[in-house]
Design a protein around this ligand. Structure first.
Ligand code: PHB
Length: 393
């Protein structure tokens, strides 16, 4: 079957759905195709932190009703080291806050909003491919569903299909380059039926490694331990996980244990694809860049990309002005690289490098950096303004 939309969007994550929502508000039609099922998208546990402009965008565009009721608003984070927690007080330093609201809730709300507004989100598509975006003005997305061939003819394609998606993979070689950095550790993450040790997040540095104490509710903790990158989560018993979390939080806060509902290992990687535009194909979100989760920037960068892209498409359709489309890649990448820098910086400051010639030197240097960041107003303010989100373009 043949369909037509002004913008064809590959991927129903935060980037693809928010783009479709913003375009709808601007009177621009779009169709989203997604290889997973709706329930898979709505239940995938991901990081849960929103910069305040991102939460405000959800609210201002009418998709933030549940977020307003359910998100936890945090005024700061704690950095813990040497058995003590030090608060970086965003509210006091820069009068701004962040929202704790899981990515899967953002996805759930945006799917409901798109479908409620009559939008088209097609789940469980297979064999998706993108065509004719480099020359001409009629790019095409092809896919199959239950064995049947389908085609969406559009003016533009947005590749919002994540790091392992087909859009970046389909780019001709030598039209782009990647900047990549792999870290020698991963995160073992758990979701647990237990109260978090503090009402705000604790990022902890310990000689055994990093740990993070986050939450999804007053009785639901989201906790992470630095581990080896190729570790199998199933090889960690619940007892081992709790013991290690407790060790790394020793002296900082007491830790209540609870039933572990979910566990998994995340790889840590920094990656950028440049440029982010190829003719009439635009990459956004994880399809173009990924960050290690330490700075909590992944979803925020994705939402920032599609905000820029939706404004550019609006200018194209309203005023026949292509300047913003031409500037998309450079505009998005300016923010992306600042997000990369901050995520790398948080990661290198808070993780233990167990091996290597400089491991012991680095540990002392990291402790000095933590001491500096938590005692200097200039340094805490720098952390605060990056964490809550730099001004949007
Ligand atoms: C989370 O709650 O899942 C979370 C929060 C902050 C991070 C990473 C993950 O930096």
């Amino acid at each position: 079957m043949k369909k037509r939309a002004q913008v064809g969007i590959v991927g129903a994550g935060p980037a693809g759905l928010m783009l479709s929502h913003l375009l709808h508000l601007a009177g621009i039609s779009s169709i989203v195709v997604e290889s997973r099922s709706r329930s898979y998208c709505e239940s995938r546990v991901r990081a849960g932190l929103m910069e305040n402009w991102a939460a405000e965008m959800l609210i201002a565009t009418g998709a933030g009703e549940r977020l307003k009721r359910e998100a936890m608003i945090h005024e700061g984070i704690h950095l813990a080291f040497n058995g003590e927690a030090h608060k970086i007080d965003f509210a006091k330093l820069i009068d701004r806050r962040v929202y704790v609201y899981d990515q899967k809730e953002v996805v759930t709300d945006l799917i409901a909003k798109r479908l409620g507004d009559g939008g088209e989100v097609i789940f469980e598509v297979e064999n998706t491919s993108v065509h004719d975006y480099q020359a001409g003005d009629r790019p095409v997305i092809r896919f199959t569903q239950q064995g049947q061939q389908h085609e969406i003819e559009c003016d533009f394609i947005a590749g919002c299909d994540g790091f392992h998606g087909i859009c970046r993979a389909s780019l001709p070689e030598a039209t782009w380059r990647e900047y990549d950095r792999v870290y020698p550790f991963g995160w073992l993450g758990i979701l647990s039926e237990s109260p978090p040790p503090d009402h705000e997040l604790i990022y902890s540095f310990h000689k055994n490694g990093f740990s993070l104490f986050s939450m999804r509710g007053p009785e639901l903790s989201r906790l992470y331990l630095q581990c080896d990158p190729d570790e199998d989560a199933e090889e960690w018993s619940d007892e081992d996980i709790w013991n290690e979390l407790e060790t790394r939080l020793q002296g900082v806060r007491p830790l209540k244990r609870g039933r572990i509902l979910q566990k998994g290992v995340t790889q840590m990687r920094s990656f950028v694809c440049e440029p982010m535009r190829f003719g009439r194909l635009f990459l956004a979100g994880d399809a173009a860049h990924i960050v290690p989760p330490t700075g909590a920037k992944g979803m925020n960068l994705a939402l920032a990309d599609v905000r820029v892209l939706s404004q550019a498409l609006d200018a194209f359709y309203q005023k026949k002005n292509e300047d913003l489309l031409d500037a998309y890649s450079a505009t998005a990448l300016r923010r992306v690289w600042k997000g990369q820098r901050f995520s790398w910086w948080m990661t290198q400051m808070l993780h233990r490098y167990h091996q290597g010639e400089y491991a012991e030197f680095d540990m002392k240097r990291q402790l000095a950096e933590l001491d500096y960041v938590t005692s200097s107003t200039a340094a805490s303010t720098s952390l605060a303004e990056n964490y809550v989100g730099l001004p949007i373009a």
